[in-house]
Every structure is written in C-alpha cells, then in structure tokens.
Design a protein around this ligand. Sequence first.
Ligand code: ADP
Ligand code: MG
Length: 237
Amino acid sequence: PLISEDDKIQRLTGAYNDIDVSKVTLFKDLPLSEYTKKGLSENKYYKMTEIQRQTIAFSLQGCDILGAAKTGSGKTLAFLIPALERLYCKKWSRDLDNVGILIITPTRELAYQIFETLRKVGVHHNFSAGLIIGGKDLKFERKRMDQCSIVICTPGRLLQHMDENPLFDCTNLQMLVLDEADRCLDLGFQQTLNSIIENLPPQRQTLLFSATQTTSVKDLARLSLKNPKFISVHEKE
Ligand code: ADP
Ligand code: MG
C-alpha cells in the first residue's frame, strides 16, 4: 500500500480536533477508519442522527460524555463508532491485548442488541467481542473472556467475572460505556457498579448514554468523570 497503517491512523487522529460539528451530517464526513465506514455504508447508515452528530466528534477526541436522547434516537452507534475507532487507532490486537472497551447495559436483551449492531458495523475490523450476560455457564464465558477486545455485559455478570476469573484483565481498558446509564446507576445496581468501578483503571474515557439527563453529581463523582460534555438532544417541534 502507498499509505502505511500508521500514516492513516495519524491522519485520522490529527483530524479529530478539526471536525466542525455544525457542518457534518454524514458518517462519511467524519475521520473514520475505512473499516468502520464500510461497515456503516453496507448497513445503510449514511446520515447521522442528532445524538450521533453531537457526540461522536467529542468522543473521538477523548472527552467524557453524558449523552441524553430519547429511545430510538441511535445511541448505540454513538458509542460503538468511537469504541471501534479507539481500538483501531491503538492498533489493538485480538491476540495480544485484553479488554479495551467495556460496555455495560442493564438487561440481557439490550446487551444482545448492542452485540448484534457491533457485529454488523464492526465486521471489517479484526477485533473480538464477547457477550457476558449469564445464561451460559461461567466456564464457557470465562475461557472467551480473556480474548475479548470489546466486552458487552450486564452489571451482575460482569462483577462475577471480575471476582472469580483470574483471566479477566481490565488494566488496559480504554473506554467504559454505560448504556441506559440512569438505569445502570440507580439503586438496584449501586453496589454492583461501585465494585466494578473500583476494578477499573481511572485514566479511561467514560461515555454515559441514556434517555434522560438525570445523572446526579454524586454519580459523576463516583465515575470520576473528567470535564464531561453534557449533550442533550430534544426533538424539534
Ligand atoms: P437508542 O439506543 O437511542 O434507543 P438505537 O441505537 O437502538 O437507539 O437505534 C434505534 C434504531 O435506529 C435502530 O434500528 C438503528 O439501526 C437505527 N439507527 C441508528 N442510527 C441510525 C442512522 N444514523 N441512520 C439510520 N438508522 C439509524
Ligand atoms: Mg439504546
């Protein structure tokens, strides 16, 4: 190839700060890897939704994000695209590296939906993804866990792995995503989530997405967010 992988990565990361959020409307206008662009267009994703348009540039730049937009507004791609790009730019290897991206969501069904979207959009990347939601025996999940670049999980099952699985290693974690963050952070999961967060390296990027912007100051502290961008999308009348 005329342009090396390193040069491509440098061009992409060098362009993150020049994205003009008020002008970009299509995924192809963003500095994204060819693999991601191909995965998007093959699945007929061309035009960004509003929450995608307003958050992806900041997420690429490495900012912590609190994104709120109603159900059905496309929050999944708003975090999956930056996640894929981070691993691509870090030249994450499915053979060498451990968990790079952790996506936590409150229910198995949601986890499964995220996994399916990732499978479609991420098909041209060479990362491995694991679904850690229980229902299968722990040993089966455990064996796969240490080979996963991207882990999609429910809180309880994730904590169980952290407690019981010596192969589960988060020390290189790049990005933590809480999908349906308000539900992940509410009382039912509070203890579990605190224990999970204790196990994660603090220098990661954190993305929170939910249908409502209700995250409390206490929760922001709990997650040790750094200068988070608050982005709330309201429907136009
Ligand atoms: P949310 O998490 O905000 O409830 P989803 O991420 O589940 O929303 O997306 C809702 C639907 O919108 C899905 O069917 C998804 O494929 C579709 N979708 C997401 N982004 C786009 C886009 N940019 N263009 C077209 N359809 C999209
Ligand atoms: Mg969703």
